[in-house]
Design a protein around this ligand. Sequence first.
Ligand SMILES: Nc1ncnc2c1ncn2[C@@H]1O[C@H](COP(=O)(O)OP(=O)(O)O)[C@@H](O)[C@H]1O
Ligand SMILES: O=P(O)(O)O[C@H]1O[C@H](CO)[C@@H](O[C@H]2O[C@H](CO)[C@@H](O)[C@H](O)[C@H]2O)[C@H](O)[C@H]1O
Length: 444
Amino acid sequence: MTTLDLTKLPDYLKHQRWFSGKAWPIKHVTVMDHATIEAGGCAFSLAVVEVVYELGSPERYLLPVQPSTDGVRDALENDACMRGLFDLIRTGGHVASAAGRVEGEWIAGQEGLLALPSPLSVRRLQVEQSNTSVVLGEQVILKIIRKLEAGVNPEHEVGRFLATRTSFRATPSLLGALHLEGTAGATLAVAHRFVPDATDGWKYTLDRLREERAVGERFLSEMRDLGMRVGELHLAFASASDEDPAFAPEPLLQEDLQRWSASIVGELGVTLADASRQTPDLERGRETLIEHAKRLAQVTPSGQKIRIHGDLHLGQVLRAQGQWLIFDFEGEPARSFTARREKYSALRDVAGMIRSFDYAEATVALEGGTPHDRAGAIREAFVDGYRQVTRGAAFLPSDEGAFDVMLRAFELEKLLYEVRYELQNRPDWVRIPVQALLRMEAAQ
Ligand SMILES: Nc1ncnc2c1ncn2[C@@H]1O[C@H](COP(=O)(O)OP(=O)(O)O)[C@@H](O)[C@H]1O
Ligand SMILES: O=P(O)(O)O[C@H]1O[C@H](CO)[C@@H](O[C@H]2O[C@H](CO)[C@@H](O)[C@H](O)[C@H]2O)[C@H](O)[C@H]1O
């Protein structure tokens, strides 16, 4: 390989925005596997390194690097290297690595038949993200995954399933991927169809709420459409047969409900302990909220567990040409791949999106806008659309009472996650989920 100076790596890593271990002292960095990619006039190393910290669990990162006078530099800043990486995917090529091989995968089919311009333009995405995405020829978005996790990558697995096993097309299709096979095996990059002129659902909704005092019928109808797309996504997941065991629906059992309920009760304890200094009010509602979570365990089980999106909120949908597209199937980043690939009640996704409506309303209020309590109407429209397309679906609970109790319990679960997320990332915003928790408690 082009020589990698290991002694320079801790310093290099600490200066990368995608490196999440900036706060912890690094004990050492080792190269798990590496390959030399040579294409289109660019040669660079694709190395998988393990960062071992003085304390805490080791982490793996993908380093596409070239040697430079002061050690290493990011090969992804070089357009020719980017094209070389994409070529490997597009041609389904492979390159031997020290401990395995790097393999490109291109998904054949209508979407894969792209007429890409030559030379291929490379445009870097100007968004805050934990990976690195580039737009190629304005038709493909290639995401190079920076922090690697062992096992099956859910974004690739779900994208592949939707593209090849279902007719669900309200998503930017997965076109291909780059994998490392061998002991350090992982998915290194994913390529999707690029959606031009798309606005993300969060921005789209905030704009509507900023400009309208009351939500108009047009926006509500769009939210009904969003509910329909989410319902259709769940129908696509639930259509899996036993030939796709990672997706095939399974009966929802009493023990699932008990396990989920116990987990919410546990999270309630941890979250209130974390939040109590900032929001002592929450403590008063503890018993009521526990009751709320426990009700989930008492539901008579019906319906199925299916694969779900797992991290559904307004930031995970795109609005383009008057249509909604659902994307980013990687699940909640804080959880392991195994946990993210678990089958759940579909209502967990519904609850996630519903929480986003409250966030949007609260965000406009925090900006100085008057709160108009529009989240309720949006929620109703969304759930209405969802129920319209999923009526009678085998994966949903068979009675209304169970539907409501389960949905509320998953909303509570998401609220607790949000309190922890905001305490960690945006302490000023913690009041958004806290206010919602207080309202939930008062409504009992
Ligand atoms: N297929 C696509 N078409 C257009 N824009 C996209 C597409 N996929 C992602 N984006 C944009 O890129 C941003 C980052 O993508 P995402 O997959 O969420 O990256 P990360 O996992 O690193 O956060 C999204 O917020 C969205 O604005
Ligand atoms: O980075 P991800 O998209 O995987 O999700 C994380 O960050 C989200 C914030 O960007 C966070 O979402 C929360 O805030 C949103 C508004 O910024 C709101 O629409 C969501 O409903 C709310 O949960 C998400 O929880 C977190 O996992």
